[in-house]
Design a protein around this ligand. Structure first.
Ligand code: R2B
Length: 309
């Protein structure tokens, strides 16, 4: 089946004919189902879905954006709506106003992220949500950019430097294109301000399935590469325009494109891999840097809601 059409006011359509018959669909990893929860009442108004790796980080983001949009009162922490699940967390900022943002944790790597992404897409489909934008907010390694820079992906490649994401179906590899919405990436990028104490850079993202050898690190538990291999490969990434390395973007872009929803990826770099492979240990600095993509994305969402999206 072809990609779904961009969802419209009639609600998000998904390219899976089986869903029409799944009247009791159990969204197991979210701890909710079509019968246990009134999905249209809970999520029908969602316009933005933000995903990030860690539960704590996404709880903080839910609080932050709730305050920014004025939909949570001071010190109000939104509840975890996926509390029946031990796998993922889900917060919603804006139950009443039109500022409706769902915030999820997706764990590390494409496989874990895809599980929750499939279920969120179905949840919003059943809820009748329309015109939803998905944004991954994360952390990453940088290539030739100062640590603490925010990279908005305008392209992404898999671990073999190809513009496709391979998923295995019925024992065979299927290639899905990694398609990046240039307009959305530019719009998010344009939310940077000259007074920001960090750079916001549009660039290509290298997505790997491994944090160690897969990202040319020699410091894993096992290693078959040497320092020269590491250096040469990172220089190659640099020369091919790669600005950051993370572990989710390829699957994220590919599945969102296949499902017909808009999506973007915004990550802060923790290190410049051209200088080191060790992530800094100063948790205050890392925590401040972690907020940078959140600040940028919150501005973007606020702008979109003000413009009546
Ligand atoms: C960035 O940080 C995680 C690895 O530490 C992974 O989720 C990623 O892409």
């Amino acid at each position: 089946m072809e990609n779904a059409n961009r969802d419209s006011q009639i609600g998000m359509q998904l390219p899976n004919p089986h869903l029409a018959n799944m009247t009791k669909d159990n969204l197991y990893h979210l701890g909710m189902s079509r019968t246990s929860h009134d999905l249209p009442a809970l999520f029908g108004d969602v316009k933005f879905v933000c995903l990030g790796g860690s539960a704590r980080r996404m709880e903080n983001f839910a609080y932050f954006i709730g305050q920014e949009l004025g939909v949570l009162s001071t010190n109000e922490r939104p509840p975890n709506l996926a509390s029946n699940s031990e796998r993922f967390v889900l917060y919603k900022a804006g139950p009443v106003l039109s500022a409706n943002v769902c915030i999820y944790e997706h764990g590390i790597g494409v496989p874990s992220m895809l599980v929750v992404l499939h279920e969120i897409l179905k949840m919003l489909h059943y809820a009748g949500s329309s015109e939803v934008t998905f944004i991954r907010i994360g952390t990453c390694g940088g290539i030739g950019v100062p640590p603490g820079s925010v990279i908005v992906s305008n392209a992404a490649v898999n671990g073999k430097l190809e513009h496709t994401y391979e998923t295995v179906v019925l024992g065979k590899g299927i290639q899905r294109p990694i398609n990046v919405d240039q307009e959305l990436a530019s719009e998010i990028h344009s939310c940077s301000r000259t007074e920001d104490p960090f750079s916001v850079i549009l660039g290509k993202t290298y997505c790997t399935d491994d944090f160690f050898e897969g990202q040319a690190r020699t410091g894993g538990a096992v290693c078959d590469i040497n320092d020269g291999d590491e250096h040469r490969f990172l220089k190659q990434l640099d020369s091919e325009g790669v600005k950051n390395i993370e572990m989710e973007s390829a699957g994220f872009f590919a599945l969102c494109h296949k499902a017909g929803v808009k999506c973007g990826v915004v990550c802060v770099t923790f290190i410049d891999r051209l200088s080191t492979e060790d992530v800094p240990t100063d948790t205050d600095i890392l925590s401040e840097w972690t907020q940078r993509p959140q600040i940028l994305v919150a501005r973007f969402i606020k702008k979109q809601l003000t413009n009546g999206v």
